[in-house]
Write a protein that binds this ligand. Sequence first.
Ligand code: SAJ
Length: 443
Amino acid sequence: MKGQLLTKIDNRTAKVAIIGLGYVGLPLAVAFAENGFHVVGIDVDQSKVEALNRGESYVRDVPSARLAPLVTVDKGVAAGTFRATMDYGALDDCDAAIVCVPTPLSKTKDPDMSYILAATDAIAQHLHSGMLVVLESTTYPGTTEELILPRLQHAHGCTYEVGQDFFLAFSPERIDPGRVDYTVENTPKVIGGITPDCLEIASALYGEAIEHIVPVSSTDAAEMVKLLENTFRAVNIALVNEVAIMCDKLGLNVWEVVEAAATKPYGFMKFTPGPGVGGHCIPLDPYYLAWKLKTLNYNARFIQLAGEINTFMPYYVVEKVGNALNEVRKAVRGSRVLLLGVTYKPNISDLRESPALDIIRLLEERGAIVSYHDPFVPHLKLDGEMRSSVMLDEGTLAAADCVVVTTDHDAYDWPWILGRAELVVDTRNATDGLRGQARVVRL
Ligand code: SAJ
């Protein structure tokens, strides 16, 4: 089986299935198709499947102009192709299935494995000899071996020997939406296999589309690599957030301190304070690791503490807004507060876990009249209530008792804003070095 599969990979006759066509799956599907493979994308969302088969991309990192040439109706096309479907039956003639489905947290911050399990059970129904299965979704160490392997070994009433009849690996996704310098193709790809042959085959396949493969000794190790990467970020962001709080108490400018520390050419990595931590990775991934260690009676203290500090930051920002209003003899209650930028990081439209949403809630709980502007978010639904971005003009700025810079999109003209706002609480140091009529309070 191994020889046959390696040959099909080498001559690109191997058919590749990508399960989950989001910001991870679609770029990967296109990368394989552009490298000469016939790729079938499987997703549960019919509108996505139909859009993709029309050559229309909904993922910013994959322009439609790049997708369209790969979507073919003529199976005779020699080059690589891509088509999307909702039918897992497509796996019957696929040689590889790569799972790129979400791994959210439940309300109690426990891993929600439902998407991975649904995909695994669907693959199991179509598992056949000589198939490679790879999981890319971020998850706790042990998932591939403990949850996926058993379901595939006894697929549809048969017995399949891993490393003989089928091959199983884990390879963490390293997609950073919106980033252009690092892409699927040029970001090193860590891979761990259940057996050495599993690793060899997965490495051969990814090696056809990705420049640098980083093999590790097991799927558990590969799962842990990803969690270290993102826990590293969560902990260091929490550290610099706590440094911001300390600098405030010491009467120091944390931004000056961070910038100066960042001149150290070795042994330091710059992180900046902010209003909290958003996104689909950093606030969530570390809790997958903490959850696993809890089952082993170990308390991952850095992860817990980082989570506490990062989730405290919206409260801290609201406290600063209250103090800033107090300085101009205004109460939070009844004051008009305008947030600039509600996405979780600049120049994207993603609202997931955005701290700006917590700041809106907290300010309204204290009686403020809150509005927002965000060029990427014309409308948003917060706790069931639809809201719309206001026009950003002299009127809205003049009417605001306090303007809060929550996300520093490049589109903002900060000198113009400072020239028209009365009071600005800047959580991103976006107005650093700028002067205007506005009184500016920074983190
Ligand atoms: N943040 C700070 N201070 C910082 C860095 C980030 O407050 O110094 C905040 C951001 O405002 C945001 C949150 O943390 O709200 C997450 O920011 P992020 O830059 O980590 O962005 P993400 O969530 O898109 O993280 C992705 C991750 N990519 C993958 O998981 C494959 C992460 O591993 C990348 O390192 C990160 O992009 C990146 O470097 O841009």
